[in-house]
Design a protein around this ligand. Structure first.
Ligand code: GLC
Length: 477
């Protein structure tokens, strides 16, 4: 089976969030199941390549009434046999921009033009085209159009129509842009769901993907149920309801080779389930020293992630702190993001010597927090899957999460971590207090929980099998 992953990010070349990890780890796991999987993504200027990519072709793409020339480069993901095709064009130089939806509309059109004309030269023809998030959500629509053109002619190699899957990693981002994109793509307005905004008529690229993809998946069963009920992204609810039978949640995994406390080269001490009790205090002491936190036994909470205002629950952490004044604890927060959150966190750290905020993204420090903290905070308002709680468990750090999306599917309260329900600072503070008290008063239960957290299997193997089943099912339809 030939599968093409179409994505905006992929580790180790370019990563903004969890999608970058998934675009790497899922293909690796699929390849173990004998699937020929290849990846296509833009060749950003800031991309991080281990060596030069090889130019393997060029491609004409009609966009905005002009013929644009896109160069296709190929590189293999280090340590794997997975080829990645990088599309180079001035429109694809940067991920950011005033209207990045236009960037990805162009990219999607380029991918489909390439698929139709020459993908059979590069591991195709593909049976499945697997798209991710709004960025590449136009591919199913564009492909449908090409299918019509192809089917009018003699059967060609490419006419073997691929099936499409769209995976939603976060419904918060829907790729909204002005309606002008329709004409630039050379399409007709009735094909799109156009709506009116104060700034004029607009479309959402994600919405089109939800409509046209053969199958829609998201990254945990609970999040799939939540979005089908309209908990997030109201305007899309009706559409999701219509496609309910085509929406499934498959839990993400983590690459257990990359995330392994026995071998992680960025850790000062290596450990396993058998040695965690002696390694942890050492790791914690290292971390406290590196972060200039007072040494000692205060329970250390960590937070690693994007300081995303609407999702990650930073606000709750800030407001929970005063509720904990009667307890001994420390918090280490690592991340970058929204300016407002940064300002508030700086203020919080300035006022509290037991709280430190590191405003950067530093892989080494992130790993030292996953390993050295006692508890990892993930108090998200919503969380499609979440990867940090999985990493924390693997590293023997108990996650403290809100019961939502993938967090609800992966952490069991009192067994592998701590789970609270209400999205309020009081509910978070109550759980934090529970963790502090358990650690102080019942150390043996604590270590039992650590052991059972470390025992969980969050490898990709099971999820990759579920994707394979899904691929097989839609190929039969
Ligand atoms: C997004 C989601 C996160 C998920 C990741 C990978 O970043 O916010 O919950 O784990 O995508 O699917």
């Amino acid at each position: 089976m030939n599968v093409l992953f179409v994505t905006s990010e992929c580790v180790p070349f370019f990563k903004l969030g969890g999608l970058g990890d998934v675009s790497y780890a899922l293909p690796v796991a699929l390849q173990k199941l004998n699937i020929n999987v290849r990846i296509v993504m833009p060749y950003y200027e800031s991309i991080n390549l281990p060596h030069q990519a090889k130019c393997v072709g060029q491609l004409a793409v009609d966009y905005d009434r002009r013929r644009e020339l896109v160069f296709v480069f190929e590189i293999v993901i280090p340590g794997t046999h997975i080829p990645v095709y990088l599309f180079r064009h001035p429109k694809l130089n940067e991920y950011v921009g005033d209207d990045i939806a236009q960037t990805f509309a162009f990219f999607s059109k380029a991918v489909v033009s390439w698929y139709v004309l020459s993908s059979h030269l590069f591991g195709g023809p593909y049976d499945i085209i697997h798209c991710h998030d709004w960025h590449t959500a136009l591919v199913p629509l564009l492909l449908g159009e090409n299918r019509k053109v192809i089917q009018g002619k003699e059967t060609t190699l490419q006419a073997r129509a691929a099936r499409t899957i769209l995976t939603i990693h976060n419904l918060l981002y829907q790729g909204e842009t002005g309606v002008g994109v329709v004409l630039r793509l050379g399409l007709q307005k009735p094909q799109f769901h156009i709506f009116t905004t104060p700034l004029g008529r607009a479309v959402k690229l994600l919405r089109e993907g939800l409509e046209y993809a053969d199958m829609v998946t998201t990254v945990s069963p609970t999040y799939a149920r939540e979005i089908a009920r309209g908990h997030h992204g109201d305007s899309i609810q009706a559409l999701l309801a219509k496609r309910k039978d085509r929406l499934v949640g498959i839990l993400n995994g983590i690459d257990t080779g990359i995330w392994n406390p026995k071998t992680d080269s960025l850790l000062p001490v290596h450990y396993s389930r058998g040695t965690v009790m002696t390694a942890k205090p050492e790791l914690k002491a290292h971390l406290q020293k590196a972060l200039r936190l007072p040494s000692g036994d205060a329970l250390l909470f960590g937070f690693v992630g994007r300081l995303e205002e609407q999702q990650k629950g930073i606000e709750l952490i800030i407001r929970a702190v005063p509720h904990l004044a009667d307890r001994l604890f420390q918090i280490a927060i690592l991340g970058t993001g929204a300016a407002r959150q940064v300002k508030k966190l700086k203020k919080l750290a300035k006022r509290n010597p037991n709280i430190t905020f590191i405003h950067t993204f530093d892989e080494r420090l992130a790993r030292r927090i996953y390993a050295g903290a006692d508890v990892l905070l993930v108090p998200s308002k919503f969380e499609p899957c979440g990867l940090t709680q999985l990493i924390a468990m693997r590293y023997g750090t108990l996650p403290l999460v809100r019961k939502t999306g993938g967090l609800a599917d992966t952490v069991v309260d009192g067994k592998t971590g701590f789970v609270f329900r209400q999205y309020t600072s009081a509910a978070l503070a109550a759980k934090m207090r529970e963790a502090i008290d358990l650690r102080r008063e019942n150390v043996s239960d604590w270590w039992k929980m650590v052991a059972s957290a470390m025992k969980q299997d969050f490898s990709w193997d099971m999820s990759a099998k579920k994707y394979l089943d899904l691929y097989q099912t839609i190929l039969k339809t």
